[in-house]
Design a protein around this ligand. Structure first.
Ligand code: GLA
Length: 372
């Protein structure tokens, strides 16, 4: 009975959401793009079909003041001119790195573009983050984006039909559902590359944000940020976020893994078995009280602290994005899985359906209880 009521309430929450759209300008080749506003009572997200990109998320603080909590740009032209930050983009066909841009499937080797030193990152030079998706506003206030990635695109085999669906709810959630089918054996690993700053995009670094990650282990990397294959326990390392810990508490410790990445840029192995929606991360920002909880069906999450931001990129409203001015929580299968048979598989075959869900839930906490 309790579940039935919960289901009705959940449905009601989705129905309360609204969607509207506007012109977002033309691509250099003249292709028009749109921007959609998905609104529910506690959250408002703007998403463009260029790159399946989340452009802004407005969320309230503990005094009901709204702020935009993701990095990005005001115009399509700026997204087109700055592709390699991947601000808010849908990432595919493969989130994160594939070593030497090379993998073998069914005995055939596939060479991908190497766009990150010797490796292939985030689907290649023209990954999904640079593609125009076909948009459809849904009657329940959601947004559906579809894209056909042709056989051989960016070196990947098979025609891949991709659908990414976004919903906001009155419980402060932004839910993303990914689905894909193929006509040839292939690999797929989709994610979203939003950069969060719960104080508001462009308001300094995120080192004071307090993080919990639901993970006992992470995948250490080599010098080019490719997993060594080992699953290393976080206990006793700066990678232990099992209890509330400020992001900056140990980020500059004398630790080889932190030095390689210039901070955190690693995949945590979530505590789970199977693909149920489970907690990946919780973040609290003490001054505004904003919180973010991430749930996912995926086995891993890439926690990245914006180590490559350097204050040269000017984003929305002319604000500059400082080094470590945001964090990403990219839910995913592990990086370079096609070259690590022991990792959960990223293979997709004809007749199968790739499905993945991630929910970002925004909320608030009361101020810390300071004793007089
Ligand atoms: C991911 C990678 C990082 C970096 C960012 C984008 O998080 O793991 O190394 O490439 O994307 O700059």
């Amino acid at each position: 009975m309790r579940y039935a009521i919960a289901a009705v309430l959940a449905a009601a929450a989705i129905h309360a959401a609204t969607i509207s759209d506007a012109d977002f300008g033309k691509m250099p080749d003249g292709t028009p793009t749109r921007i959609y506003t998905l609104a529910a009572s506690g959250i408002r997200a703007r998403i463009t079909n260029y790159g399946g990109t989340i452009v802004s998320i407005q969320a309230p603080d503990r005094n009901h003041q709204m702020a935009d909590v993701v990095l990005g740009f005001d115009t399509l032209a700026e997204y087109v001119a700055n592709p390699t930050q991947y601000f808010g983009a849908t990432i595919g066909r493969y989130g994160n790195r594939i070593a030497n841009g090379l993998f073998t499937l069914d005995g055939v080797s596939h060479q991908l573009p190497t766009n990150n030193g010797v490796n292939s990152l985030h689907g290649g030079d023209y990954g999904f983050f640079r593609r125009v998706f076909k948009p459809r506003a849904l009657p329940d206030g959601g947004l559906e984006l579809t894209y056909l990635s042709k056989d051989g695109e960016e070196g990947y085999p098979g025609n891949l039909n991709v659908t990414v669906t976004f919903h906001v709810t009155d419980s402060g959630e932004l839910r993303i559902d990914y689905a894909a089918t193929t006509d040839k054996d292939t690999v797929v690993n989709l994610t979203n590359h939003s950069y969060f700053n719960l104080k508001g995009a462009g308001s300094g670094d995120v080192l004071g944000h307090i993080l919990t990650l639901n993970a006992e282990r992470f995948t250490p990397v080599d010098k080019t940020l490719i997993p060594t294959g080992e699953l290393l326990g976080v206990a006793g390392t700066p990678f232990d976020f099992r209890r509330l810990t400020p992001i900056g508490a140990r980020i500059d410790q004398d630790n080889d893994q932190l030095k390689i990445a210039g901070g955190y840029d690693h995949n945590w192995v979530l505590n789970k078995s199977g693909n149920a929606l489970t907690l990946a991360a919780r973040v609290q920002e003490p001054t505004t009280g904003r919180t973010l909880e991430v749930q996912t069906s995926e086995p891993g999450v890439q926690f990245y602290t914006g180590n490559f931001l350097d204050g040269t990129v000017k984003g929305k409203a002319g604000k500059v994005y400082a080094r470590r001015g945001a964090f990403c929580l990219e839910t995913q299968h592990f990086p370079d899985s096609p070259n690590h048979p022991a990792f959960p598989t990223t293979e997709l075959k004809p007749g199968q359906r790739y499905q993945s869900t991630t929910v970002y839930r925004f909320g608030t906490t009361a101020p810390p209880n300071i004793k007089k």
